[in-house]
Design a protein around this ligand. Structure first.
Ligand code: NI
Length: 258
């Protein structure tokens, strides 16, 4: 295999609608991009596994998204454990976390399901890919209290630079996507320009959050290159430096990536 150029730590390429999935995955592979696919529901943990077995240069996370907390049960953990067993392509637990943006009515349940999945990740010795929307303080508090030994990544980080620094102090990684390319995304650009590069990761979160210059069209894993380029511009370094350092960071977390 050719040397990996970039590691896209969060992509829902299995959900692409306007783009042919085979083509999108071939595009990423041709560019030597590794793509990690999170699951969101108690059902699509199986779908994600099928997807990553089918496509080269892909890996997956299993986990249940906060919006789906009501469907989570002990059976979900058993299913996740079965999928992880003898499966080198499942390399983390995600996307899990807290989302107070859409619906605050089941905050407590979201927290409970988040904690259960952190404890499960600790037991499996796997990293965490975390979704946190309008729930920054609770997310950090729960991680401090319950996460014993799993490396945590805050995906599509939307907090301030100060908050990013507070997270990094706890050993948490910051993953940035297409938002950094948006003209009005002052906060995200500030984070991208100033956090220690050793804690930076790249992602797309496709099919959502398409970076400039493709805003308005469907996102895809390959476009992580535009995220890397924008961060390089913001930090005044070469895109190669961003690529090699973020790949090194991701490899440190996901040692099983080939
Ligand atoms: Ni996502």
């Amino acid at each position: 295999m050719n040397e990996i150029k970039l590691i896209n730590t969060h992509s829902h390429a299995n959900m692409l609608k306007e783009t042919n999935i085979d083509t999108a995955m071939q595009n990423a592979k041709n560019a030597n991009i590794v793509t990690i696919i999170p699951s969101s529901t108690t059902e699509d943990i199986f779908e994600v596994d099928k997807f990553i077995q089918k496509y080269e240069n892909t890996y997956g996370y299993v986990g249940v998204f906060p919006e789906e907390a009501k469907t989570f049960s002990d059976k979900t953990l058993t299913d996740m454990e079965t999928l992880i067993k003898d499966n080198p392509k499942i390399i983390g637990i995600g996307e899990i976390g807290l989302d107070y943006y859409w619906d605050k009515s089941f905050k407590e349940l979201q927290k409970e399901v988040f904690i259960k999945q952190i404890e499960f990740a600790n037991q499996m010795n796997l990293p965490l890919n975390i979704h946190s929307r309008e729930a920054h303080l609770d997310t950090l508090e729960i991680l401090k209290k319950y996460n014993k030994n799993s490396t945590a990544i805050l995906h599509c980080f939307s907090g301030s630079l100060d908050f990013a620094k507070e997270c990094i102090k706890e050993g948490i990684y910051i993953a940035l996507g297409g938002v950094v390319t948006f003209k009005n995304a002052v906060k995200a650009k500030e984070v991208a320009a100033n956090i220690p590069i050793e804690y930076l990761l790249l992602e797309t979160d496709d099919p959502y959050l398409t970076p400039v210059p493709f805003r308005g069209k469907e996102n895809q894993p390959l476009y992580v290159t535009y995220v890397a380029q924008e961060i390089a511009n913001l930090r005044n370094v070469s895109v190669e430096e961003i690529a090699s350092q973020t790949t090194k960071n991701a490899r440190k977390i996901f040692s099983s990536i080939l």
